[in-house]
Each structure stands twice: as structure tokens, then as C-alpha cells.
Design a protein around this ligand. Sequence first.
Ligand SMILES: [Fe+2]
Ligand SMILES: [Fe+2]
Length: 322
Amino acid sequence: MNADHGPGSAPGADEALQAEFDARIAANQRVEPRDWMPEAYRRTLVRQVSQHAHSEIIGMQPEGDWIASAPSLRRKAILLAKVQDEAGHGLYLYAAAETLGVDRDDLTERLIEGRQKYSSIFNYPSLSYADVGVIGWLVDGAAICNQVPLCRTSFGPYARAMVRICKEESFHQRQGYELLMRMMEGTEGQRRMVQDAVDRWWWPSLMMFGPPDAESPNTQQSMTWGIKIDTNDDLRQRFVDMTVPQAERLGVTLPDPDLVWNAERGHHDFGTPDWDELKQVIKGDGPKNAERVSRRRAAHEKGAWVREAATAYARKQQEATV
Ligand SMILES: [Fe+2]
Ligand SMILES: [Fe+2]
């Protein structure tokens, strides 16, 4: 990465490289893996991209739980495709992180040892098939709000991964909404299941955007670097404004008595999420943290023979060509 920035660099070389980097960011041009970049920029990106990759992989679990008991062949095919997409997203993102000079195995170790985080939302349980629909509608919907701006993020491999991912996320959101539409046209019991799932997932979905801006000290630096495009609160507002009409169309109530259109602001006002709950979940004390990580660890251990076999095969192929 910083190959031409060794100890033997001429005096002033640092400043020149930094100035070149700053100019590139100011001109909205992409930073590529071989370009010089400040160490703090690289570190921030490694953290953000790997946490994003972990979220895709851990995010397979709440819905994956329902594959075996999907109510029809059609629903099973849709859900399988969706969960497989999430595995693919994890793959693109680990590959993007590796262009920053880190190793995927090491990132996985950090996840299963609890040294790296993933999105807080996946620490909540999925209790009925309506949760599959609500996760698609709200959780993938929130992910779209977060990720569409990231298609313009300053680091090239991350931005390009996001373009591919966002296309699939919009399918995820639609399949969730379509499932809920069908359920709302069904029996009273099905409608109750949908409302119950909405009640449980609404607030955690709002928390997906992170703490309020006033408590998000790294936002400003990340925005200056073009890693982050919008603030947490702006994205949260966009999500609420986008979701309210969809909820009305669906016929469900969003569980927030303070949710009201504010004509003066041209946005919806809404209540305050329980930030203490978010802190607790991030700290590792959410309803499903321990289970999510231990299942990931078990899957990683169970897959060791595949990695060993692939490595042995690659070595043999290499030897054969020498
Ligand atoms: Fe995804
Ligand atoms: Fe998704």
C-alpha cells in the first residue's frame, strides 16, 4: 500500500503524498488499493468494510433459521436465494477488505473471538415466518438507505462492491414486502403475526443507523474522507420518511405514538429509540449475541477440512505447472 512511502522517503514526501490524497478526495475521485493513503484512513476502512462483511454473514442466521420450515416451495426458493445472496455480499466485502492488506482468515478470527462487531440488528430473534417478511422490508430497507450512498464512497473496491450489493438488496426488500402483502390479505391470525413482527423489529431497525450524530464522534472525519456520505440521523430520517407510506399501504401500525408528519420540516417527526438497549446489544448483551457468534465459530471449525483441501489442491496445481 504505502510502498513508495518508506523510511528512505525524501523530506517533504509525506506532505506531498498527503496533498495528492486530499486533492483526490476533494475532486470526488476514487482511491485505489495501490494509491498512497493515510494510515488512519486505511484503518478506518478496514474496520468498516470488515464489520460490514461480518454483518452480511451473521445476517444469514435469523432468516436461515426458517429455510427448513418455509410454508411453500416457492417461499423456500425465494428465501434460499436471499440468504445465499447475503453470503455473496460477505464474500465481495471480505475481498474488498483484503485489498487493504488484511487477511480474511484473520478477520474471521477477530469476529469469532468477539474482537470485531457486526450490525446490532442480527442479535434479535426471528420468532415467526412473518419475521422473514419484516426483515426483508425493514432490515434490508434500512440497509438500502445506508448502502446506496456508499456506492459513491471514496475507496474504489468498496464502492464497486456496493453497486453489486445494492442491486440485490432491492430484490430482498421487495420479496419481504410481497410476503407481508400476501399475509395481510390472509387470515386474522396472519395479520396479527405481521403486526407482532413489525412491533418487534421497528425500533431495532431505527438503531441500525447507529447512535445519534451528537454521540457519533467519528462521523465528521469519515465524512471528510468520503468514507461516509450522510450522517446517522439524516439516514434514519430518510428511512422513516420512506417507510411510513409503505406501512400505510400494508395496513400495519408502526409502534411509535410520536410518529407524525411535520409539514414545516417536510419530514416525519418520530420518537427516540432506546439508546441504552443499543449500547447493551453492541456490548454483546443482546438477546442472541452469544448464539450468533458461537454458530459462526462452529461453522468455521466445521469448514476447516474444506479450506485444507482447497489449499492442498492449489499447491498441487502450482507444483504441476512448475
Ligand atoms: Fe446483504
Ligand atoms: Fe439483504
